[in-house]
Design a protein around this ligand. Structure first.
Ligand SMILES: C[S@@+](CC[C@H](N)C(=O)[O-])C[C@H]1O[C@@H](n2cnc3c(N)ncnc32)[C@H](O)[C@@H]1O
Length: 287
């Protein structure tokens, strides 16, 4: 019997994979740190009580919010049963009664009341088809209260490095986004970054702001080991999708993967990840 959960999967990796969960847990710590913390875009948090993390993965960001801001109620949702189970277990172990996690498919109507959140965030869901992004903007606009904050954080991932193999593997993921009707127009970039402002406007923000974060993961930097391990996992787990979309054969992927491992271990390896957060406040209706 086919698994309906898998059939509707738009992620280029199996969301139930334990290796992916470990990768995201590791990545969350470093990315949040380089983003300047949990809410680095917002000066005054006094009006933020109800927070939602869309496609929260193993829930690291939401748990950190719950821990640091006991007066906030944090909800995370994700399509992955395994990640939500893990997030709940982590919250329970830490005694975080103010963090809850739910399994939900962001492609469907979201099971939250209108205007029920003060801050809604999503990070690294670059792979969504364009019509799913539009649905997401509509749902975020519906569930955010007027005056509440919306933040969308995305990246072109591994496109800036001195490793040709890493660049080629990244390009395959970008091409898969184009094939799956993402915002990419040429297959050279994901196309998501220039759309973030429009998506926020569609969600009801009349003013859009941007903050860019840079992670230098060149050989010898603080982020290097973590990013090298991340690449090792992600470009292995993405292989079935690349083959299914006929972007490469297994032999071609194996060759590129081995080259990437060697190139990333060289002392001359340089890599930079640029992360863009677009954010705004949902405009209250005219009085
Ligand atoms: C790259 S991870 C990002 C996780 C987290 N936002 C972070 O920044 O660490 C993408 C996440 O999207 C989730 N996802 C994929 N398809 C989804 C869907 N249709 N509905 C909800 N979540 C989905 C995956 O399970 C995965 O946890």
């Amino acid at each position: 019997m086919t698994d309906p959960h898998q059939e509707s999967n738009i992620y280029f990796i199996d969301p139930e994979s334990g290796a992916e969960m470990a990768r995201l847990t590791n990545q969350d710590h470093i990315v949040t740190k380089y983003m300047g913390g949990l809410f680095s875009e917002i000066d005054d948090l006094s009006t933020i009580h109800r927070v939602l993390d869309v496609a929260c993965g193993p829930g690291g960001w939401a748990q950190e919010v719950a821990f640091n801001y006991p007066n906030m109620q944090v909800v995370g949702f994700d399509i992955s049963n395994a990640m939500v189970k893990y997030a709940r277990a982590q919250a329970s172990v830490q005694g975080l009664d103010n963090a809850t996690f739910r399994v939900m498919d962001l492609q469907k109507p979201w099971d939250f009341p209108d205007q029920s959140f003060d801050f809604v965030t999503s990070r690294f869901i670059t792979f969504l088809p364009a019509q799913v992004w539009r649905h997401l903007a509509q749902e975020i606009g519906r569930i955010t209260r007027p005056g509440g904050y919306i933040r969308l954080t995305e990246t072109e991932w591994w496109c800036l490095s001195t490793s040709p193999a890493l660049e080629e593997l990244n390009n395959m993921i970008v091409r898969s986004i184009k094939l799956q009707s993402g915002f990419s127009t040429t297959g050279r970039f994901t196309g998501v970054l220039p759309m973030l402002g429009q998506l926020l406007q569609d969600a009801g923000c009349s003013e859009v702001n941007y903050k860019t974060h840079t992670i230098d993961h060149s050989y010898g930097t603080e982020a290097y080991e973590s990013f090298r391990r991340d690449a090792e996992v992600i470009f292995k787990l993405a292989q079935p999708q690349m083959i299914a979309l006929r972007l490469a054969t297994q032999a071609e992927l194996d060759k590129l993967y081995d080259e990437m491992l060697i190139q990333m271990r060289q002392e001359t390896f340089r890599g930079l990840m640029l992360i863009v957060s677009a954010y705004g406040q949902k405009t209250p209706p005219e009085a």
